[in-house]
Design a protein around this ligand. Structure first.
Ligand SMILES: Cc1cc2nc3c(=O)[nH]c(=O)nc-3n(C[C@H](O)[C@H](O)[C@H](O)COP(=O)(O)O)c2cc1C
Length: 173
């Protein structure tokens, strides 16, 4: 299905503290399930989401390298944690802290993925926003090779790993 063009606006919708946004996809990232909170936050009805590629809500402010990291991890059977800015149907946006995990059949084959998202702490969003902007700029210049190197350099400079960084930013609240 063709992805609709949506013009992004600066209108932000903030997640509720106790909410979980849940969706499931097949192995290609096609949505097979979403909960009511997903529909409320993204602004779509169920039949506009099921069987549609999850990149429907991809926000242009997100660096591509974030999704490459996510897919590399989950396709190799690992979990992914990350902050994601998502695009609503009306052009607005919402920030989430996502945890994506693979779903297995009884034989151990990956048959799809599940993402559960919580509200990120407000105070870390400017840091994430700034880092993502740098990564996007690097991508515009030198593609994902450049943004991948920049991310590795950022982690090295801060003497941390990706998981350590995102888990410490999300915190224990
Ligand atoms: C279970 C699952 C949930 C996902 N959730 C999101 C999401 O909320 N927002 C998003 O932009 N991409 C999400 N993705 C990643 C998309 O599949 C896609 O890689 C991303 O939107 C970039 O799309 P593009 O490469 O076509 O630009 C998810 C992927 C999986 C497997």
């Amino acid at each position: 299905m063709h992805k609709p063009h949506i013009t992004p606006t600066n209108e932000e919708k903030i997640m509720d503290q106790n909410d979980f946004i849940v969706s499931k996809t097949d192995t290609k990232g096609i949505i097979t399930y979403c909960n009511q909170i997903f529909m409320d936050m993204a602004g779509y009805k169920e039949d506009e989401l099921i069987r549609v590629n999850h990149n429907l809500i991809r926000h242009p402010d997100m660096p591509q390298v974030a999704f490459k990291l996510a897919w590399d991890l989950i396709q190799s059977g690992k979990e992914f944690f990350g902050f994601v800015k998502n695009l609503q149907k009306n052009g607005g946006f919402y920030w989430v802290f996502a945890h994506i995990t693979p779903d297995y059949d009884p034989n151990g084959n990956i048959i799809g993925y599940t993402s559960v998202r919580r509200k990120p702490p407000r105070e870390v969003l400017p840091t994430i926003d700034g880092l993502y902007k740098q990564l996007r700029d690097a991508e515009a210049q030198g593609g994902m090779k450049a943004s991948g190197e920049l991310l590795m350099q950022f982690l090295e400079d801060n003497n941390t790993t990706y998981d350590e960084l995102v888990l410490s930013l999300q915190g224990d609240r």
